[in-house]
Design a protein around this ligand. Structure first.
Ligand SMILES: Cc1cc2nc3c(=O)[nH]c(=O)nc-3n(C[C@H](O)[C@H](O)[C@H](O)COP(=O)(O)O)c2cc1C
Length: 256
């Protein structure tokens, strides 16, 4: 079955490792017969800051409430054109792949700004106008898959279970759980390349081959088993006592 995949990427330099991976993603997916949509954030000169210019028609001109204005702009069809275009791409996509370099243990500001602006009230939160009723596994983007492809300068050991940086999957929990699973998407385990500062050509080729193999399973790989808000594990949005009784923090929200 051919699918539609949106690639969102945040790197201005065509020869960067990030962009080399983007090229491979497009080629591999197209070879598989999939339709590829792209959001080249630097190329589009994406406006990264979420501000008053996002709301040309305000409910309240005296005080800027982002949530209120976001909901109003979304429901009244008055969002900016760039935001609407990205939401349309997301709705058309069966999977979304994000390519970015790890900057200060997170995503570059331009990509965070894409999330801030595109994930509007009514679209990615406040689904059906019902506050937090539908989220973490439910929402507008349910049924779509999401995958992060991350380039990290630090060595893999420093991101291992006891490594000084902390495990990468935990560092990226705000993205996989808080931004992707929150509006309903199934987040796949993150794909990372480590030690990017000193990779030989041979290693880069190996990493690209590993990424191509990974991409082949985009639609059948098991997602990170985050617990669903409305799946019975939570009581008033707190984990029930008998669920992951020996765990606290981030890992308790993963069912494995
Ligand atoms: C602003 C900035 C912040 C960075 N923060 C991190 C970091 O938190 N962890 C890390 O491992 N590498 C970090 N790095 C190194 C980048 O991850 C590295 O430059 C990148 O993976 C190289 O890939 P590229 O060729 O696609 O740019 C940072 C680099 C920059 C410029």
């Amino acid at each position: 079955m051919t699918k539609t995949v949106l690639i969102v990427y945040a790197h201005p330099e065509p020869t960067s490792l990030t962009r080399q991976f983007v090229i491979e993603t497009i080629a591999t997916l197209e070879q598989q017969g999939h339709t590829v949509l792209q959001s080249d954030l630097y190329g589009m000169n994406w406006k990264a800051t979420f501000d008053q210019h996002d709301f040309p028609d305000r409910v309240d001109n005296d005080r800027l409430s982002f949530v209120q204005e976001s909901g109003h702009a979304y429901s009244s069809g008055q969002q900016t054109r760039d935001v609407i275009a990205e939401q349309q791409k997301l709705l058309a996509a069966d999977a979304v792949i994000f390519h970015f370099p790890l900057w200060w243990f997170g995503m570059p500001a331009i990509l965070k700004g894409w999330v801030d602006r595109v994930f509007a009230y009514g679209f990615a939160y406040g689904y059906k106008g019902q506050g937090n009723r539908y989220r973490y596994g439910e929402g507008m983007l349910k049924g779509k898959r999401a995958l992060l492809s991350v380039m990290a300068g630090g060595p893999a050991e420093e991101y291992s279970a006891r490594g000084i940086n902390g495990p990468l999957e935990e560092l990226l929990f705000p993205i996989t759980h808080g931004m992707l699973f929150f509006p309903g998407m199934d987040a796949l385990p993150t794909h990372a390349v480590y030690g990017t500062g000193q990779l030989s050509k041979t290693i880069v080729e190996k990493e690209i081959a590993a990424w191509q193999r990974r991409l082949k399973h985009l639609f059948d790989e098991k997602p990170i088993p985050f617990r669903h808000q409305n799946g019975g594990d939570y009581q008033q949005n707190i984990l029930a006592k008998h669920i992951a009784a020996d765990k606290e923090g981030i890992t308790a929200h993963i069912d494995n």
